[in-house]
Design a protein. Structure first.
Length: 244
């Protein structure tokens, strides 16, 4: 019963956080100077009277609380408005982009977790200086290198200079770049956790029985570090939800 209450409380807290983020984003966008009508007016496509009429049609002449209430009501009914730039319903655009985004997120997440797991287990089963150096490099990469910079550089090298991959439409470069960033967020902490798990009594007993290092790493060390693995993976996955 206590676990169910905790889960419900976590869901409620997440829902309230999401509502707060939506509300904050809406009002911050509204309090910034200018709107879409001003942009179209500066481009010379609207007269002053047409700007007033467009604001009335879009509801931009209403008080901010009324605008937010109208926006929430339309959004809950599935109406996200129409893109002025692309002249298409926003809902259709989201429906087109969401499957590709979800596939990219899933592939990147799986690649990142698998790479982190492989490096951490390999460094545990066969400790070596170069494996620790690789782990440090991947961890430093995720901290110091922005993914959008790495993505642009990868497109420049592999798509434009070498011509090996398509510039648009390919998933290989985004999956590798984002997955490497995900791995860097996990691998260092996981390696330290596995290093501590090696000293547990049942692991020392397995080593005394003559079991192979790889079997010890997978069957005895990894289960002991699984809670931290799941926690770190959850943080990475949670970071995808609002960002993508």
């Amino acid at each position: 019963m206590a676990r169910i209450v905790a889960v419900l409380f976590s869901l409620l807290r997440g829902l309230l956080q999401a509502c707060f983020i939506v509300m904050l984003t809406f009002f911050l966008c509204r309090v910034m100077p200018g709107d879409v009508v001003d942009v179209l007016g500066l481009e010379g496509g609207l007269t002053a009277d047409q700007q007033v009429e467009m604001r009335r049609n879009l509801g931009l002449d209403q008080p901010l609380p009324q605008q937010f209430a109208d926006w929430v009501g339309h959004a809950l009914s599935g109406d996200f408005g129409r893109s002025i730039r692309f002249d298409r319903p926003v809902g259709d655009m989201l429906g087109t982009a969401l499957p590709v985004t979800a596939r990219l997120a899933a592939l990147s997440f799986c690649f990142g977790v698998s790479l982190a797991l492989l490096l951490a287990i390999a460094a545990t089963a066969r400790p070596s200086r170069w494996l620790d150096a690789v782990i440090d490099f991947v961890n430093t990469w995720s901290i110091a290198v922005p993914t959008f910079c790495a993505g642009v550089a990868a497109i420049l090298v592999f798509s434009i200079w070498l011509g090996w991959l398509p510039v648009i439409g390919g998933l290989l470069i985004p999956v590798l770049v984002i997955g490497l960033d995900n791995a860097g967020q996990i691998v260092k902490s996981l390696r330290e956790e596995l290093r501590e798990a090696v000293m547990l009594p049942h692991v020392r007993t397995a080593r005394a029985k003559g079991l192979s290092p790889w079997r010890i790493a997978f069957a005895h060390v990894l289960p002991a570090a699984m809670p931290i693995m799941l926690a770190l993976s959850g943080l990475v996955l949670g970071g995808w939800l609002p960002a993508r």
